[in-house]
Design a protein around this ligand. Structure first.
Ligand SMILES: CCCCC/C=C\C/C=C\C/C=C\CC/C=C/C(=O)SCCNC(=O)CCNC(=O)[C@H](O)C(C)(C)COP(=O)(O)OP(=O)(O)OC[C@H]1O[C@@H](n2cnc3c(N)ncnc32)[C@H](O)[C@@H]1OP(=O)(O)O
Ligand code: FAD
Length: 710
C-alpha cells in the first residue's frame, strides 16, 4: 500500500510519522543529517576544506579586498549590505529555479517591496541601497526604474520636469521603465515608428502606434509593474517629422493599476533558462491615440512651443542617447561582478575536486593542478580583475564627460561613446562565454542548477544584446577608428584612448625587441605590441576601404565590416591592457598585493596575445618566435598564480548567499551540500512519482504480462 497507493504523500510527512520506515527508504546521508539536525550542519560548516589552499597564499587577502573594492570604506559597506541580505529569509533564492513564472514574478515583487522597506527603515544611503539591491540579485522592475527611468528624466528633462517627476519616482509614488525598442526595430533607433504628434488645439501630444511593428517590445518592468514610461517616439509638429524624442507617458491607473484608455500592454512571454531573467516582466505596449500634456515631452535638448514650433537647443543630437551611454558604463562595471562570481565558483570547486593520479593509493590530483584547467581558468580570473579596473576607469571617464557636458564642452562625447560602446561589447561577450566555460570547468556538477552557473549564464547572456547588440556597438567603434585614421593625414592629433594612433610613423614599422620569455614581463613591450597591432589593423581596414575606389565609402565599410569588427576588438583590448598596466603602476598597499596584480595583468595581456596570435603575426608586430616566448611566459605565470588562486577569489568577498552555488561554498564542503540539495527538488517530494499509475505501472505490467505468456 505504501509503495503503490500514496504517491502524493511527501517524504517529509512520512519521515515524521514513520521514522523507521522512512530511514529505510531515504538515502542514508540525508537521514544522518536530519537526525543530527542543525548542530551537525553547524559543525560541518566549521570545517574549512580549503584551508590548505588559503595557507599557500603569498599576499594579504584583506588588502586585496580593498584593491578590488576600491577603498576600505567600499569593502566595509559591501560587507554589511551582503550580510544584511544573506541573513534575511525574504531574500532566500536557493529555490528560485523551481518556481513557476507567476510565483517567481510575485517573489520578485515581494523582494523589491521588502528591500525598499529595509532601505527606508534603516535609512540607507544611496550607495548602501544600490548595494543592497545588487545582493538581492534578482532582476526586476526596480532595475529599470532606478537604472533607466530616473536617469532618462535626469539627463533629458528640464529643471522643472525633474522637479516635478523625480520626487515621485524617488518615493515610488510612480514606477517607471524605459520604452524604446519596438517589435520591428531595436538596434536602429532612428527606425522607430511610434509617433508623438503635437495638437496645438489642445496643447497635447498624441502618442500612437501606427503599425504592429511599432509596438514597444522588450522594455523591462513594462509588462506588469510600471505605472509610467519614458517612451521614445517620432516627434511630429506642423506636419514635419523631427525624429526620435523622449516623452513621459502614464500607462496604468495609480488607483487600481489598470491600463489607461488607449493603452494596451502585457508581458512578452517566457525567456531563456529556468528562473533567471524570467523574474523580469519585459513588456509589450501599444498606444491608440493617447493624449499627454505638451510638458511631458522631455525638453532639455529640444522643445516644442505652445504654438507648435520646434526648437532645438545648441547641443549635439546624440545627447538623446545619454541614458544608453550611462547604462553601458554600468554594464561594464557589472561584467566584472558576474565574471568574478563564475570564476570564484570554478576556482574553489577545482581546488576541491580530485580526479586520477592515485594508482599507488595516494591522494588523487586536485583538478586545479592540471595545466589545462589552469590555462582555461586563470585567464578568466585575470579578466575579472582587468574588467574591474577598466570599469572603475570608465566610471571616472563618464563622470568627467558629464561634468564637461554641463559646462557645454562636447569635445569628449565621441570618446565617451566609443569607450562605453566598445567596452560594453567586449566585456559582456567575454563574460558570457566565460560563465559557460566555468560551467564546463566544473564538469558534470556545473550543469546542475545548484552550481549556480546555469542561472548566472541565463541571466547574464542577454547583456550581449540589450543596451545595444555587441556587433552593432563594435561597428560604432570601428567607424570612429576609421574617422581617426583618415584625420591622421591632415596632422590632427588624436586624443584620449585614441592618442596612441598619433605615433603612427613609429607604430607602423616598429619591431618588438623581446628576445626571452622574461622580456614579456616588461609592460612597455606589451604596450607596444598591443598598440602596433591595433593601429595596423585599423590602418589596414582604412586602406582596404579606400582601395575599393569604385565603391562609396559606406559600401566599402559594409564590405569590410568583419575585419572592422576585429580592429575594434583589438582597440578595446588595448584599452583594457593599458588601464590594467596603469593600475599596477599605482601605489598599492598590502603585502604582496601589487605583485599578484602584476602577475594577473601579465596573464591577461599574454593570454590575449596568445589567443589572437594571428593578428599579431599577420600585422608583423611580433615574430612567431616571440609569440612562442609569450606562451612560455604565460605557463610560468600560471604556476605563479596557482598557490594564490583560492585567495584571489576570496578577495572578491562574496557571501555564500550571493554566490548561490553549492560548488563555490567558502568552506569547500561541496559533496554533502550537493547531496542535500538534490533532495530539495520537487521530484523528490514523493518517492513514487506522479504519473506512475498512469504511465509507468501499465507499461511495466503490460511487459510482465507479455513475458508471462511466453
Ligand atoms: C549578474 C547579473 C548582472 C546583470 C546586469 C546588471 C545590471 C546592468 C544594468 C542595467 C541593465 C538592466 C537591464 C537591461 C535593460 C536594457 C535596456 C535596453 O536595452 S534600452 C534599448 C537600448 N538600445 C540600444 O542600445 C540601441 C542601439 N542603437 C543605437 O544606439 C543607435 O541606433 C546607433 C547604433 C548608435 C546608431 O545611431 P544613429 O543615430 O542611427 O546614427 P549613426 O550611427 O549614424 O551615428 C550618428 C553619430 O552619432 C554618434 N553617436 C551614436 N551614438 C552615440 C552616443 N550614444 N553618444 C554619442 N555619440 C553617439 C556616432 O558616432 C555618429 O557620429 P558622427 O556623425 O560619425 O560623428
Ligand atoms: C533581456 C532584454 C532586456 C531588454 N530591455 C529593454 C528595455 O528595458 N528597454 C528597451 O527599450 N529595450 C530593451 N531591450 C531591447 C534591446 O535593447 C534590443 O533587443 C537590442 O538593442 C538589440 O536590438 P534588436 O533586438 O533590434 O536586434 P537586431 O538589430 O534585430 O539584431 C539581430 C542581428 O542583426 C545584427 N545586426 C543588426 N544591425 C546590424 C548592422 N548594422 N550591421 C551588422 N549586423 C547588424 C545583430 O548583430 C544581430 O546579430 C531588451 C532586450 C533584452 C534581450
Amino acid at each position: 500500500m505504501w509503495r503503490g497507493g500514496s504517491n502524493t504523500r511527501t517524504c517529509k510527512r512520512r519521515f515524521f510519522s514513520s521514522p523507521t520506515r522512512s530511514r529505510h527508504h531515504r538515502p542514508p546521508y540525508i537521514c544522518r543529517l536530519h537526525s543530527r539536525g542543525s548542530q551537525h550542519l553547524k559543525a560541518m560548516a566549521e570545517v574549512d576544506h580549503l584551508a590548505a589552499e588559503r595557507a599557500t597564499a603569498r599576499f594579504d587577502v584583506e588588502e586585496m579586498k580593498v584593491a578590488w573594492a576600491g577603498s576600505r570604506h567600499a569593502v566595509h559597506v559591501a560587507d554589511r549590505m551582503a550580510r544584511l541580505v544573506a541573513s534575511d529569509p525574504v531574500f532566500r533564492k536557493d529555490n528560485r529555479t523551481m518556481l513557476s513564472r507567476k510565483e517567481l514574478f510575485k517573489d520578485t515583487l515581494r523582494k523589491a517591496a521588502h528591500a525598499w522597506k529595509r532601505i527606508v527603515e534603516l535609512r540607507l544611503t544611496e550607495e548602501e541601497a544600490d548595494l543592497l539591491r545588487q545582493y538581492v540579485d534578482q532582476p526586476g522592475y526596480v532595475d529599470l526604474h532606478w537604472g533607466m527611468f530616473v536617469p532618462a528624466i535626469k539627463g533629458q528633462g528640464t529643471e522643472e520636469q525633474q522637479h516635478k517627476w523625480l520626487p515621485l519616482a524617488y518615493k515610488f509614488q510612480i514606477i517607471g521603465c524605459y520604452a524604446q525598442t519596438e517589435l520591428g526595430h531595436g538596434s536602429n533607433v532612428q527606425g522607430l515608428e511610434t509617433t508623438a504628434t503635437f495638437d496645438p488645439k489642445t496643447d497635447e501630444f498624441v502618442i500612437h502606434s501606427p503599425t504592429l511593428t511599432s509596438s514597444k517590445w522588450w522594455p523591462g518592468g513594462l509588462g506588469k509593474a510600471s505605472t509610467h514610461a519614458v517612451v521614445y517616439a517620432r516627434l511630429i509638429t506642423e506636419g514635419k517629422d523631427y525624429g526620435i524624442h523622449g516623452f513621459i507617458v502614464q500607462l496604468r491607473s495609480l488607483e487600481d493599476h489598470s491600463p489607461l484608455p488607449g493603452v494596451t500592454l502585457g508581458d512578452i512571454g517566457g525567456k531563456f533558462g529556468s528562473g533567471a531573467y524570467n523574474s523580469m516582466d519585459n513588456g509589450v505596449l501599444r498606444f491608440d491615440h493617447v493624449r499627454i500634456p505638451r510638458d511631458q515631452m522631455l525638453m532639455r535638448l529640444s522643445q516644442v512651443t505652445r504654438e507648435g514650433k520646434y526648437v532645438h537647443s545648441n547641443v549635439p543630437k546624440q545627447l538623446l542617447y545619454g541614458t544608453m551611454v550611462y547604462v553601458r558604463q554600468s554594464i561594464v562595471a557589472d561584467a566584472s561582478k558576474a565574471l568574478s562570481r563564475a570564476v570564484c565558483i570554478a576556482v574553489r570547486y577545482s581546488a576541491v575536486r580530485k580526479q586520477f593520479g592515485s594508482q599507488d593509493g595516494g591522494p588523487e590530483t586536485q583538478v586545479l593542478n592540471y595545466k589545462t584547467q589552469q590555462s582555461r581558468l586563470f585567464p578568466l580570473l585575470a579578466s575579472a580583475y582587468a574588467f574591474r579596473f577598466v570599469g572603475d576607469w570608465l566610471n571616472w571617464l563618464y563622470t568627467d564627460v558629464t561634468q564637461k557636458l554641463e559646462a557645454k564642452d562636447f569635445s569628449t562625447l565621441q570618446e565617451a561613446h566609443a569607450c562605453t560602446a566598445g567596452l560594453k561589447a567586449v566585456t559582456t561577450s567575454v563574460t558570457a562565454d566565460a560563465i559557460e566555460e566555468c560551467r564546463k570547468l566544473c564538469g558534470g556538477h556545473g550543469y546542475l542548477n545548484s552550481s549556480g552557473l546555469p542561472e548566472l549564464f541565463a541571466v547574464y547572456v542577454p547583456a550581449c544584446t540589450y543596451e545595444g547588440d555587441n556587433v552593432v556597438l563594435l561597428l560604432q567603434v570601428a567607424r570612429i577608428l576609421m574617422k581617426t585614421v583618415s584625420q591622421l593625414a591632415s596632422g590632427k592629433q588624436p586624443v584620449g584612448t585614441m592618442a596612441y594612433m598619433g605615433k603612427v610613423q613609429y607604430l607602423m614599422q616598429c619591431k618588438s625587441a623581446v628576445s626571452s620569455a622574461e622580456d614579456w614581463l616588461n609592460p612597455d613591450a606589451i604596450q607596444e605590441a598591443f598598440e602596433a597591432r591595433a593601429l595596423r589593423m585599423a590602418v589596414n581596414c582604412a586602406q582596404n576601404i579606400s582601395q575599393a575606389a569604385s565603391q562609396e565609402e559606406a559600401a566599402g565599410f559594409y564590405e569590410r565590416s568583419p575585419d572592422l569588427l576585429e580592429a575594434a576588438v583589438a582597440h578595446i583590448q588595448l584599452i583594457i591592457v593599458t588601464k590594467f598596466i596603469e593600475k599596477v603602476h599605482q601605489e598599492i598597499p598590502g603585502h604582496g598585493v601589487k605583485e599578484q596584480l602584476q602577475a594577473l595583468c601579465n596573464v591577461y595581456a599574454l593570454y590575449i596575445l596568445h589567443k589572437h596570435l594571428g593578428d599579431f603575426l599577420a600585422t608583423g608586430c611580433i615574430t612567431p618566435r616571440q609569440g612562442a616566448l609569450a606562451n612560455e611566459q604565460l605557463g610560468k605565470l600560471y604556476a605563479q598564480v596557482r598557490p594564490n588562486a583560492v585567495a584571489l577569489v576570496d578577495a572578491f568577498n562574496y557571501t555564500d548567499h550571493y554566490l548561490g552555488s553549492v560548488l563555490g561554498r567558502y568552506d569547500g564542503d561541496v559533496y554533502p551540500a550537493l547531496y542535500e540539495e538534490a533532495w530539495k527538488d520537487p521530484l523528490n517530494e514523493t518517492v513514487v512519482p506522479e504519473g506512475y499509475h498512469e504511465y509507468l505501472r501499465p507499461l511495466i505490467k503490460q511487459q510482465q504480462l507479455k513475458l508471462s505468456r511466453l
